[in-house]
Design a protein around this ligand. Sequence first.
Ligand SMILES: *Cc1c(COP(=O)(O)O)cnc(C)c1O
Length: 389
Amino acid sequence: MDDFNFDTLAIRAGQVRSNFQEHSEAIYPTSSFIFKSAEEAAARFSGEEEAHFYTRVSNPTVSCFQDRLAALEGGEMGLATSTGMSAILAVMLGTLKAGDHVLSSRSIFGTSTILFTNILAKFGIEFDFVDLSDLDAWKASIKLNTKLLFAETPSNPITELVDIKALAEIAHASDALLVIDNCFCTPALQKPLALGADIVVHSATKYIDGQGRCMGGAIVGKKSVIGEGIFAVLRSGGVTMSPFNAWVFTKGLETLNLRMKAHCDNALALATWLQSQDVVEKLYYPGLTDHPQHDLAKQQQKGFGGIVSFVVKGGKDAAWNIVNNLTMLSITANLGDTKTTITHPATTTHGRLSQEQRDDANISDGLLRLSVGLEDINDIQNDLARGFK
Ligand SMILES: *Cc1c(COP(=O)(O)O)cnc(C)c1O
């Protein structure tokens, strides 16, 4: 379907109909597939014949999701994983060995930092962290054993950006891979592979599902990059996606573009309103003209996204007080939902980081993160106004 445009691919790519000719995508909740003979079983296990034989390795519903997401990201191949974290884990395990060095942005999802410094470091993989937008710092921190650069753009929670094209050039000058966590933008707003990234990872749990139902993750890239080492981690490490979840995500992709547009519209309206609120000390949203990387966001993204963060006067007590006086917004760590959610990062998503790590990532005690949903903007605004009062 190479000639088709985004909205068409989102609805039709990846579907392979069964003999029943079902119109909507089928779900195949089966752990294994049967063979006509011992010979066929042997040929399929050895890879001599390509077919589904065991759902840990591949499954038609999961393939549909993988192929559809790969089409939307403009990648050759997609792999689906049980969660966003296991996608990141599989990329690291599949491309690195003891003695390799990874250069990562400081402002990444809190659990990603924990995975790198507390778990993968135990196996002899070295990590260094740099300021996301500081290209000179990335360049200066590359070492002879640097094999992979990892970044999230825009970052969670303070919506900082990096120039993906420039970062890809830095990575490739040292034969390192560039991995971009595209969770906040999704391919509807940003296509890192087209800008030079080698691998895109996703938490499908967020906007790809879009309604807060399922956990899942994904990896997209060239077949030569993800088809062997990383696929081997899924096959033997077993962090595969369930067929039911893959089906939910496949249907989620069908409305992704529409939903992302609506998230962006609501987020911009809310950020604009927040600018006029006395209690707001600092506001982070790439769609505002005073965001330090507003121009880069316009150039690199199709929209500014649905995440708005802000620091309130009065630190943690004031932030908690606001959260506790809301009646509609959901107090929950998930994001990318049709329901607007509010989080106090310093004591939740980034609570396991040290104070120093939080300071480095600009997670102050008064910071609140909103994942702006699709409710009526006036109701979202009124609820926050209640909290501010
Ligand atoms: C949530 C999230 C993850 C982890 O995904 P899970 O599905 O929760 O494992 C990774 N990166 C970013 C940017 C996220 O927001």
